[in-house]
Design a binder for this molecule. Structure first.
Ligand SMILES: [Zn+2]
Ligand SMILES: [Zn+2]
Length: 326
């Protein structure tokens, strides 16, 4: 049996590509091997060695199932279009799916318990992009590819877009404010996605992955001049790789989230009153019960929650989680 060194080779190539970029265009001064680097390397290896194959297998299984649906006339129409038109449709539909899929990850407690793993990263760089629970990754990959699979677009087109999305996913997490000029209107930038990871801010802005267009359309685009100072979540989480994989299934998480019924969710005024009476840490605990809340207490290290940066999605900052994006 021969050993497969391709994950290590991929890691080495990506490391060498991003090392100079994150030095030249550094957003934050941080060590290359910053805290929790090893955790994110395990997430990287886990995706390469185990989970990616599982995701590909499941997508192929879904694709096979879709072939049995009466989609012939729709597929005849879509595949007769010129390739450039197919590419535009695929990118638009996939971005639409990812955008709302991502917003639901922040609003539905069950989805949030898996997506929260991605938001536990407290240092942003290219490898932090790999910090994803495998089931969260499966959810995203399914939504991302479903429109194209339904419309029967050629696999070469899909493969190209999947690679582009994968690479750009690393770029938007990187610690490099690479000047991309007017392309910033077409491609999401680290500046935008870093704000999505900012403590207390990530739940209400910049949900798009490839194009910021959806954030512009749905009013969640947020691009202040300054960069966030702190990343992560206000929730108490373990940063151990295996604990992160198990965390969504733990009873403690379920208990905490079972209290998220709308009538039990305090209004903003009540929260502030409670926070004032109980202290800062209790306010943080209140925020733990609402993944889509903007946490006033977490703004200490982040300029995003200051008066100069209003919430981008006003409706979600105070509403309880719902099962509908509307
Ligand atoms: Zn998110
Ligand atoms: Zn991210």
């Amino acid at each position: 049996m021969s050993l497969d060194f391709s994950p290590l080779i991929s890691f080495g190539i990506l490391f060498l590509v991003f090392l100079p970029l994150e030095r030249l265009f550094a957003i934050h001064r941080q060590k290359v091997f910053r805290p929790e680097y090893g955790t994110d390397v395990l997430f990287f290896l886990g995706q390469y060695v185990l989970w990616n194959g599982f995701v590909v297998y499941l997508l192929a299984w879904v694709d096979h199932g879709l072939d049995r649906l009466p989609l012939g006339s729709v597929r005849d129409w879509s595949t007769a279009l010129p390739l450039w038109a197919q590419a535009i449709i695929v990118v638009f539909l996939c971005d639409l799916g990812i955008y709302w899929g991502h917003r639901l990850q922040h609003r539905i407690p069950f989805l949030w318990r898996f997506h929260r793993v991605h938001h536990t990263a407290e240092h942003m760089d290219w490898i932090a992009a790999y910090r994803e629970h495998p089931l969260d990754n499966l959810y995203t990959r399914s939504i991302e590819n479903l429109p194209a699979l339904l419309l029967g677009f050629p696999l070469e087109l899909l493969a190209g877009l999947i690679v582009l999305r994968g690479i750009w996913g690393l770029v938007i997490h990187s610690n490099a404010d690479i000047p991309i000029g007017p392309l910033k209107y077409i491609l999401g930038s680290p500046r935008l996605h870093h704000w999505h990871h900012a403590v207390g801010k990530g739940n209400d802005c910049n949900f798009a992955n490839l194009m910021p267009l959806m954030d512009v359309i749905f009013g969640t685009y947020h691009e202040p001049r300054e960069m966030p100072e702190r990343y992560g979540t206000t929730e108490k989480v373990s940063h151990n790789y295996f604990a992160q994989l198990a965390a969504p299934f733990l009873p403690q998480v379920a208990r905490r989230e079972s209290g998220r019924r709308p009538r039990e969710t305090p209004s903003a005024t009540e929260s502030e009153t409670a926070a004032g009476a109980a202290g800062v840490s209790d306010a943080g605990a209140a925020a733990q019960n609402r993944p889509d809340s903007v946490t006033a207490t977490s703004g200490a290290g982040s300029k995003s929650t200051s008066a100069t940066s209003p919430p981008c999605e006003s409706s979600s900052s105070s509403e309880p989680p719902t099962t509908s994006p509307a």
